[in-house]
Structures are given as structure tokens and as C-alpha cells.
Write a protein that binds this ligand. Structure first.
Ligand code: C6P
Length: 411
């Protein structure tokens, strides 16, 4: 089975997985919140601090040159990872959230005004919703939502053309993979439709970049964002890809050191390229660790990781749906390795705390999708999310513990 084949080969790369929690072997099923780190990433960050650390782009001494080279090599690595034509299209951020805030702030302020429409979907994470609410408030633009239908989380993308025609939609921001529903949106088809209608696109790839091939040329998007910690990299580092033409005349949204070419007491001029969006000392070790993580994933192969994820997601859906009182969100088949569910009347927090007693790590809550949860008549769900180091037998353990929980809580 492709799934366990990857886990057999690579699970041993992740030291944190080899431990007991509450007396049972750890079953880590909280990968949509944050994935774990292979030893090569941990070692490379430690090596960087031991041997090469200094501030970047400032010093002329050897350590600063080495740190600068590593930081800029990491940018080239991220560009390769996303299939970007130029390293200058890659801006390092703190993560997905900061990347979207940057676009909403810089692009939004310059390009949006009263009468314009920002279009997003009802399944967006708060990170791809609140920045647009704020941009609308600042600029006088209107924020509109593409509706999500039913527990399966279907969006009728075929209506997009009609939605665009004759209406002043300026930007469409949407997630590639929903962190609550586990559905996969057809990004290249959506971006092609948007481009035909002169609409700028932003793709939230937080749940996809480390899980499937993501190539910005093939997707045809204008902006794309992801977080390092959701793809085996460190927290506090992420990537914003921007179409070079759009980035060229975008103003920075933070100001200070690193991003200027010249300053007087009266005014300042910005550097060109991505550096003008990276004010202050960047997360150098984060970028170094991220590059190691991205290379590691591409050595395994993202198509193989995608196959494994989809297999585990489908299998979990099938097995969980045999439990009495089970309600699962998202599509039955074409799904990523994210399975959110409500078991009887058990509150998600209680269920997740119960599973933790058996060493199973899941997430319970609204997953930063409050409006979607409300629409579906839910406060919260429990969520199991998989990565290539998970196994089928871990799904068996999850199902076994959920059966026990049903008995314990009287479902
Ligand atoms: N979701 C989860 O589902 P940051 O925190 O900036 O690294 O990522 C934000 C974010 C944006 N978009 C999507 C689709 C996401 O899933 C997330 C993060 C986590 O558990 C935390 S709520």
C-alpha cells in the first residue's frame, strides 16, 4: 500500500513521533495545525546557529556573507518548490497569515476603492477573511462570498464566469484545500476563469503546498501563500509568491531597516525586489530550516505524498462513517487528508481530550472557520489530519478509541 510504504521509509526521520503519550504510543493526527520536523531540518537549524549565524545583507565579514548566502539560497529553493520563474517573486513572511495581510494591505490599498468587489468563499480560514474585511472597510470596497453548499462543502465553481461578468470583482482570494472540510478546490480552472475576466487571484496554499505538487505557473495564480510549519519547516516563516509584474509596483507595508536603498530626514526610497517587503532582521534560521524541509519533501516527491494523503483521508472517512451518530464534513471521495467530524452529541473538546488519554493528538474547535461552522449549525468539530508518516493502523487506533468514547459518553 502506497500509504504505509512512505511511512515505513520516512517515519523514522521524525524523532518526535517515537514517544509515548499518556502511556500509549503517540498517534499524531494534528498535521493540519502543524506538521512535525524531520531530523535533517532540526540538525540544519542547529548547524546554522553553531557555525554560520550573523545578520544578513549588512555585514561584510565572513559569517554575514555565509548567512546571507544561505538566506538567499533559501529564497531560490522556495522559488523552485513553487515553480516560480524568478527568485524575486518570493517574499519571506511569518506565515500564511502575514502573506495575506501583506497583499490585502499593499495591493488592497493601491488597487481597491468604492464600488469594487473582493470575492472570497464561505470556507475561508479567518486568515483569508478578516484581512479582506479590513481592506473593504479601509477602501470602501465590498466583500462578497461564494456560498458553500451542505456538509460536503460544495462550491459551484461553474457559476464563477457569471459572477464575474458585468460586476466589478477586482480580486478573488480562496483556499486550495479547506482546513475544515478537506475539499480540494480546482485552482487552475478558477485562476484561468479569473484571468479571462481580469480578476486578480490569491491562493491560500497553507494546506496544500507541503502535500501536493503546487506550481504557480501551472496554477496561473497572481499571489500564493503558505506557512513553513505546515510542511515540515519551522514556525514563524512562510512564503508569499507574487506575480513579478504585480510586485513591481507594489508599495511595502512595513518600514524600517533592510528594505531601503536611501534615507534622508525627509523621505526614503525602497529597495527593488522582495527585500522591500522584508523590513527588519528576517527569520534567517527559519528560512534555512524551511529550505531544508522543502528539499526533503521534494526528495520524497510531492505526488507520492499527495497519493498517501488522499488514501489516508479516504480510508479515515470510510472507517469513521461506520460509527453510529457520526457526521463527517467534506466530500466523500475527492478529499485531502483532513477529516472533521461530530460524533453524536459529544463536544469536540471532550472528544479530543478523551482521545489524548490514549495518545491520540487531534484538534477540536472551530479551526478558525467560525462563520462556516455557524452556517453548518456547529460550534466545533474534532479533526484528524494526516501526513505521509501516518499509517493505516493509526486510523484503526483512532476508530477503536472513538468506539470507546461513544460508549463512555453514551452516544
Ligand atoms: N490553520 C489549522 O487549521 P498560519 O497560522 O499563518 O500559519 O496559517 C493560517 C492558515 C491559513 N489558511 C488555512 C487554510 C489554514 O489552515 C491556516 C492555519 C490551522 O489548524 C490553524 S487554525
Amino acid at each position: 500500500m502506497a500509504t504505509d510504504l512512505l511511512a515505513c521509509t520516512h517515519r523514522g526521520d521524525f524523532p518526535v513521533l517515537d514517544q509515548k503519550v499518556n502511556g500509549s504510543p503517540l498517534v499524531y493526527l494534528d498535521n493540519a495545525a502543524s506538521t512535525q520536523h524531520p531530523a535533517c531540518v532540526i540538525d540544519e537549524i542547529a548547524r546554522y546557529y553553531r557555525e554560520d549565524h550573523a545578520n544578513v545583507h549588512r555585514g561584510i565579514h565572513a559569517l554575514s556573507s555565509r548567512a546571507t548566502k544561505l538566506y538567499e539560497d533559501a529564497r531560490a529553493c522556495a522559488a523552485r518548490f513553487l515553480g516560480a520563474d524568478s527568485n524575486d517573486s518570493i517574499i519571506f513572511t511569518r506565515g500564511t497569515t502575514e502573506g495575506i495581510n501583506l497583499v490585502a494591505s499593499s495591493w488592497g490599498t493601491e488597487h481597491l476603492g468604492p464600488g469594487d468587489i473582493i470575492l472570497i468563499t464561505e470556507m475561508e480560514h479567518h486568515a483569508n477573511l478578516i484581512p479582506w474585511q479590513m481592506a473593504a472597510r479601509r477602501t470602501g470596497a465590498t466583500l462578497q462570498y461564494l456560498p458553500v453548499h451542505g456538509d460536503e462543502g460544495i462550491i459551484d465553481w461553474s457559476l464563477l464566469d457569471r459572477r464575474f461578468k458585468g460586476s466589478p470583482v477586482r480580486l478573488l482570494a480562496f483556499t486550495h484545500v479547506s482546513n475544515s472540510l478537506g475539499c480540494i478546490n480546482p485552482v487552475s480552472q478558477i485562476c484561468a476563469e479569473a484571468r479571462r475576466n481580469g480578476v486578480i487571484t490569491l491562493v491560500d496554499a497553507a494546506q496544500s503546498a507541503g502535500h501536493a505538487p503546487v506550481n504557480v505557473q501551472e496554477l496561473g495564480c497572481d499571489f500564493l501563500v503558505f506557512s513553513g510549519h505546515k510542511c515540515c519547516g519551522p514556525t514563524g516563516i512562510g512564503v508569499l509568491y507574487g506575480n513579478p509584474e504585480l510586485l513591481a509596483d507594489l508599495a511595502p507595508y512595513q518600514f524600517g531597516g533592510e528594505m531601503i536603498s536611501s534615507v534622508t530626514y525627509e523621505s526614503a526610497q525602497w529597495k527593488s525586489g522582495p527585500h522591500r517587503f522584508e523590513a527588519g532582521t528576517p527569520h534567517i534560521a527559519g528560512a534555512v530550516g524551511l529550505a531544508t524541509a522543502l528539499d526533503y519533501l521534494d526528495k520524497i516527491g510531492r505526488p507520492a505524498i499527495q497519493t498517501s494523503d488522499h488514501h489516508l483521508g479516504r480510508l479515515a472517512y470510510e472507517r469513521l462513517s461506520t460509527l453510529p451518530g457520526m457526521r463527517i464534513l467534506g466530500p466523500k471521495t475527492e478529499r485531502a487528508g483532513i477529516v472533521s467530524f461530530q460524533l453524536g452529541t459529544i463536544h469536540a473538546h471532550d472528544l479530543v481530550a478523551y482521545a489524548d488519554q490514549f495518545g491520540i493528538a487531534m484538534r477540536g474547535g472551530h479551526h478558525c472557520n467560525q462563520p462556516l461552522m455557524r452556517k453548518l449549525g456547529l460550534h466545533a468539530t474534532a479533526r484528524a489530519s494526516f501526513y505521509f508518516y501516518n499509517t493505516e493502523s493509526e486510523i484503526d487506533r483512532l476508530v477503536d478509541v472513538l468506539h470507546r468514547a461513544s460508549r463512555y459518553f453514551g452516544v
